[in-house]
Design a protein around this ligand. Structure first.
Ligand code: PLP
Length: 367
């Protein structure tokens, strides 16, 4: 795997806050098939015909080993760091059907590294697992799977187990390991979407876009876009639709990412950087309603674009409902940002970031 020298965008390096940046990646990989993913205008039949919807097709980023989506952009920086440190093993974690873990398994394969995946599961008996979807790909790619409690906390339980495994590997083989946090969401991974924002600026989105909408799962993609938009003069209004947790959780995540990048003395008002809508989480992580699933099928038929039920489908379902003046989920009533969504928009030209995910038969059921 070829490693390239990396220089962060000028707008980051020349900003008055740049002096606070704690560390900058020096290397990156190039995992995307093309230099940029395209932006498409989609014809949605919205009740208010003045809205225009565009989609940034990050779901079409890469075709080898069925890799795609937002994870690849983060992994360009995380794997460059791992390879630079001479790691032979990659350890990461997620849910049983994690898109992130599948992407890590694929990039490990391309980079000649061994993969160890800590997957949250209801059962600790691997022989009873249904091997399908992303988990099937993880197995086919030769990843070692370690099951952890469904509710295991990342920092106190899973990361602790990963550190013990990396010590064991070191003692038994002398090999170095590299740990990637859930969702690849740390300061190194952040650069994937700082670069993606730079790519969108080069696609001149300031000439035809007012608002940007992105899904939040671990919060890394949203944080990078919020930071990039802030550093480039807040030209767009950023909205993030969560598929789990709460808006408070994601505002705190953004605050933490800013402190990790710029130090704890840097104070910014995170609420002015992103408008977080939480009602999109609906029944909860990876649980779909009949209406959400029907929406996915209709969306696919009308636009030819496949959304996934866990991330982008939920966000787009909530977005289209809000644009139509409707209440997407029961949570709407408790969600001030959802209730004020229309008045919070900067304009009527919206860019939805399609962060990928799988529209497969196994997920098209309401669990
Ligand atoms: C398809 C897809 N979209 C969006 C997200 C959310 O991205 P993030 O974890 O950076 O918030 C994820 C992963 O969590 C994902 O797999």
């Amino acid at each position: 795997m070829k490693i390239f020298d990396y220089r962060a965008p000028k707008w980051l390096l020349e900003h008055s806050l740049a002096k606070n940046i704690r560390s900058l990646p020096q290397k990156r990989l190039r995992l995307l098939d093309k230099q940029e993913t395209k932006i498409e205008k989609v014809g949605l039949n919205l009740q208010n015909g003045s809205f225009q919807m565009y989609i940034k097709r990050d779901d079409q980023s890469h075709n080898e080993l069925h890799l795609q989506g937002n994870k690849l952009r983060k992994l360009e920086f995380l794997f460059a760091e791992a390879l630079g440190k001479g790691a032979k093993h990659i350890l990461t974690a997620g849910g049983l059907q994690s898109n992130h873990c599948r992407a890590v398994a694929g990039v490990s394969q391309l980079s000649g590294l061994k993969t160890h995946l800590f997957l949250r599961s209801d059962s600790n008996d691997a022989s009873r697992l249904k091997i399908n979807g992303n988990l099937l790909i993880d197995f086919l790619l030769g990843s070692k799977i370690y099951l952890v409690e469904k509710r295991a906390q990342y920092l106190t339980e899973i990361e602790y187990k990963m550190k013990i495994l990396s010590e064991k590997i070191k003692v038994s083989s002398g090999d170095e390991s590299y740990i990637i946090p859930i969702g690849g969401s740390n300061t190194t991974g952040l650069f994937g979407y700082l670069e993606q924002f730079d790519e969108m600026i080069k696609q001149n989105i300031d000439e035809f876009i007012d608002d940007i909408v992105v899904t939040s799962g671990s919060g890394g993609t949203m944080s990078a876009l919020a930071i990039a938009n802030y550093f480039t003069g807040s030209k767009f209004k950023l909205h993030s639709f969560c598929v789990c947790d709460s808006s408070t959780y994601f505002y705190n995540h953004l605050k933490q990412e800013i402190q990790d990048l710029l130090g704890s003395e840097t104070k910014v008002d995170v609420k002015s950087m992103v408008n977080i809508v939480q009602c999109s989480r609906g029944l909860g992580y990876a649980k779909s309603t009949k209406e959400e699933l029907e929406f996915l099928v209709d969306f696919f038929r009308n636009t030819g674009i496949a959304l996934d039920p866990v991330y982008t489908g939920k966000a787009m379902y909530a977005l289209v409902n809000l644009l139509n003046g409707q209440k997407p989920t029961l949570d709407y009533h408790n969600d001030e940002n959802a209730r004020n969504f229309l008045s919070n928009l900067k304009g009527n030209r919206i860019l939805f970031i399609h962060t990928g995910g799988q529209l497969d038969k196994n997920r098209l059921s309401n669990k």
